[in-house]
Design a protein around this ligand. Sequence first.
Ligand code: NAD
Length: 385
Amino acid sequence: MKVGVLKETTPGERRVALVPETVVRLRGTGLDVLVQSGAGDRAWFADSAYAEAGAGIVSLDELLSEAGIVVGISRPDEPVIAALRAGQALVGLLNPLADPAFAAALAARGVIAISLDGLPRTLPRAQGMDALTSQANVAGYKAALVGAGAFGRFFPLLITAAGTARPAKVLVLGTGVAGLQAIATARRLGAVVSAYDVRPQTKTEVESLGATFIELTSVGPAAGEGGYARALTEDERQAQQAELTGHIARHDVVITTAQVPGRRPPLLVTEDAIKAMAAGSVIVDMGAGPLGGNAAGSVPDTETVTENGVTVIGAGTLAASVPTAASNAFARNVTALLMLLVNDGELAIDLSDEIQAGVVITHDGAVVQAATAALIENPTGGTAQ
Ligand code: NAD
């Protein structure tokens, strides 16, 4: 069977789903690899490097007609989707919970949709396939750099002949994978870092990185299923926003990373909180996306400055801006997944396997992944905050 690597078309997307190193590994398992010409260019992987690794360099049309498995980073554009045929597999971060109708349409056409975001992430043998973690890690690192870049002062304490600069005070809201990497990076740059999460079990990890964990008195623990946070009630949300406002005002740079699976990102930094911040402060909102973000008024992929001089950066797609590291990691995740799904060079889907039951969204003409099927059944179940 042939695996085809798409050239991404989303604006700003510079990653590629497989890199030359992983082509060699996949060929070792009996798969052939086709790469759409130019697919790796923006992550600095040239067609010639893929060819040296044994891949065929092809046009999009050739790829779509010859590949049994089509891989990309996220959901491809409409012409690619329209060209997929029955029995062909599409692999990527397809985010079916955000658009279950898309999954239903692929199922109706007999396309096998395989989405890395369905992985049961706490399962030890799934770790090598965990693209959400690998990409969040890259994004968290970049968030600290973006914050430092937009801030008008230094992150570290600097003692020079021209005077002493006090270190920046950075606050990280949401301490999952991205948040912890943002803390670690801001600390390496010398900032004084505080952090908060509704899952108090992250406190130990936060402290092990040399940051201070902020505990709110008005909101109790809100751990949900699978290691994620649960959505807060309206009362909890208001209490949390009000109590966070005081902490936010005392910080120079706020990096927000909070997510709740299948739901709109929670609003943590309200308009009032932004008004209470000093001019020159920076907010890097990693939750910013089409449904909203963690900070009031943040616009995806846009930097805005409020009337009181706070820079608000909508930064929901930062992994794409560190394309080589992000592609290397993503490619290893996809390769590990394909090694599980492919037997003797052919797709061998086994839905009794816990990992496959999580990632295989559509199969044999039906939506088979439980969470997506449940959302199709009950469409109002997942979009509220
Ligand atoms: P995520 O991207 O879903 O969310 C980021 C963080 O936001 C989470 O820590 C969450 O608790 C927090 N959050 C949500 N709502 C909030 C609110 N209202 N206020 C403050 N914080 C809020 O999380 P993630 O980084 O994908 O990680 C999710 C979980 O998966 C974590 O428990 C992580 O340790 C776990 N995980 C485990 C493994 C593994 O076991 N191999 C791998 C990856 C992740």
